[in-house]
Design a protein around this ligand. Structure first.
Ligand code: TEU
Length: 521
């Protein structure tokens, strides 16, 4: 019997590889599994413990891999199963755990099941794996309910025989019905497939989806704004109580193997409701998105930390911190961009990595990558089309990672014609340039991760808030680490203690504005 603290993931730093944008070994301008394999030394030098690889399964790419046509194979653009096995073997040999994305909530419209459903009659078992319903209105020409799609437009698309099917995301991503035992059984088979190959765990896409309320009732628009709830009470698309039965089934499969884990993408902001996903027989971890959605402002960040800790307190899970991912603007940009954004991102890295629990680093965070202003014609995210060109979507945070050299594709690929264009002027941002500069973001991350791994100051699951000047976050871990983040806009005095690491040079015992420091208290 292992004790909870023996679990490898409890304090791990995970690195999110957005596969299309990490490294391209096949020279087609799109990242791939062989590219990841070739860049494992970067991850070892960085000092992360584990990878999360975004979906690499056969997909028509209507949502860049989150529309899965076959969850138990590899998309040729990304490689093949033997290439995956080779990557897994190399990563394990290098001491890195490997977790993969699981996309249970929906399939691609090209999945054999959906094709079968389209070819079958209303009321058939093939349609019962999805949500096919008759429309409303005299001739059924209105959607079955009023739910909006996350990507814009209605959640319903009509098929030629007059029925409609539900898709919370793009029309190419029909939602599966988890009340159907066949759907759950197939998901279990997918888990076994990858677990038997040796993966160490899963990131579960839309882990707060996978259950819809009986009868699919209309959502009520808010009285004051007339708008629908978007994640939270009243949003009937997500966080329905029935979802927990699915998580219990998933966990029962994981528990048949040793040392495996799952982290859920749960956009749930109520602490108690989030805690429900972390009961002992459900998920091991749930992303807490409060840090990712907090402003660069002391009260907002403090509250993000407090809520994240409060959510996990009644559960066996540690907190799980995220600053950026492939769905939201990168934090350098969120914090103001340019030098200011970068300076704040350096401080934020020390905040994130000082907190107890798990940290997820998104590829390029360690280089301080900003969002990129892409021209209209380069945009690929389905949100851009679905919103009638009113929302630009998520491409800006998905631009390929620059590795070396002075011009596109900066070592990401041999072709400059990458799937999203890389801007000019990124020479100084490359991993190669930053590795040679002790003052770079990459050097800061390397030092921080090395300290986090080797120093006993980073032990303890609690955060003790320390008295601090207005606008300054100060806390201590029970192992002795003290972390200060200065959001006051002016320099502040440093408390006693040996400086372990600082995001800006510490002089005259003061900490500059928008800087953070780690002290051995
Ligand atoms: O994102 C899920 C997602 O977009 C929602 O949870 C949404 O952000 C939230 O409800 C706020 O409204 C995942 C993937 O990360 C994303 O890349 C995919 O496009 C999406 O699922 C569909 O698979």
């Amino acid at each position: 019997m292992t004790t909870p603290t023996a679990d490898w993931w409890r304090e791990a730093v995970f690195y999110q590889v957005y596969i299309r944008s990490f490294a391209d070994a096949s020279s087609d301008g799109v990242g791939d599994l062989a590219g990841i394999r070739s860049r494992l030394p970067h991850l070892v030098d960085l000092g992360v413990d584990a990878l999360w690889i975004t979906p690499f399964y056969p997909s028509p790419m209507a949502d860049h891999g989150y529309d899965v046509a076959d969850p138990r194979d590899v998309e040729p653009t990304f490689g093949d199963l033997s290439g995956f096995d080779a990557l897994l073997a190399d990563a394990h040999a290098a001491g890195l755990k490997v977790t993969v994305d699981l996309v249970p909530n929906h399939s691609s419209d090209q999945h054999v099941w959906f094709q079968e459903a389209l070819a079958s009659a209303p009321g058939s078992p093939a349609r019962a794996r999805y949500f096919f319903r008759d429309g409303r209105g005299p001739d059924g020409s209105e959607p079955p309910n009023n739910w909006p799609s996350v990507f814009g437009g209605p959640t319903w698309t009509r098929v030629p025989d007059g029925q409609w099917y539900l898709h919370i995301f793009a029309p190419e991503q029909p939602d599966l019905d988890f009340a159907n035992p066949e759907v759950v059984a197939d998901l279990e088979e997918t888990l076994h497939f990858w677990l038997r190959r040796g993966v160490d765990g899963f990131r579960i896409d839309v882990a707060h989806g996978m259950a819809k309320p009986d009868g699919l009732p209309d959502m009520a628009p808010a009285e004051d704004t007339g708008l629908f709830a978007d994640d939270g009470p009243g949003d009937l698309r997500f966080d329905q109580d029935g979802v927990h039965a699915v998580h219990r089934r998933l966990r029962a499969v994981l528990d048949q193997y040793e040392d495996r884990m799952a982290v859920g993408e749960c956009w749930v902001f109520d602490d108690e409701r989030l805690a429900a996903y972390l009961r002992p027989d459900e998920l091991h971890l749930a992303f807490n998105f409060r840090l990712l959605t907090a402003d660069w402002e002391a009260d907002s960040l403090r509250s993000a930390v407090q809520h994240s800790l409060a959510a996990v307190a009644p559960t066996p899970a540690p907190a799980c911190w995220v600053l950026s991912n492939h769905d939201r603007p990168r934090h350098v940009t969120r914090y103001g961009g340019g030098e200011l954004g970068t300076r704040r991102a350096r401080a934020a890295a020390l905040l994130q990595l000082a907190l107890p629990g798990v940290a997820y680093v998104y590829n390029g965070d360690e280089l301080g990558m900003p969002d990129v202003d892409l021209p209209d014609e380069a945009l690929q995210d389905p949100i851009w089309e679905r919103s009638g060109h009113t929302e630009r979507g998520r491409d800006a945070c998905r631009v390929p990672v620059p590795w070396s050299g002075d011009s596109p594709a900066y070592g990401f690929s041999t072709t400059p014609d990458t799937w999203l264009p890389m801007p000019a002027g990124w020479g100084p941002l490359t991993a190669e340039a930053q590795a040679a500069d002790p003052g770079s973001m990459l050097s800061l991350y390397r030092s921080a991760l090395a300290l986090r791994r080797s120093s006993s100051a980073f032990t303890g699951e609690d955060v003790q808030w320390l008295p601090a000047p207005e606008g300054v976050l100060a806390f201590r871990r029970s192992g002795g680490l003290v972390c200060l983040v200065n959001l006051s806009g002016a320099p502040v005095p440093l408390p006693e203690g040996e400086v372990l690491l600082a995001s800006e040079a510490v002089a005259d015992s003061t900490l500059a504005a928008d800087a953070a420091v780690w002290l051995q208290g």
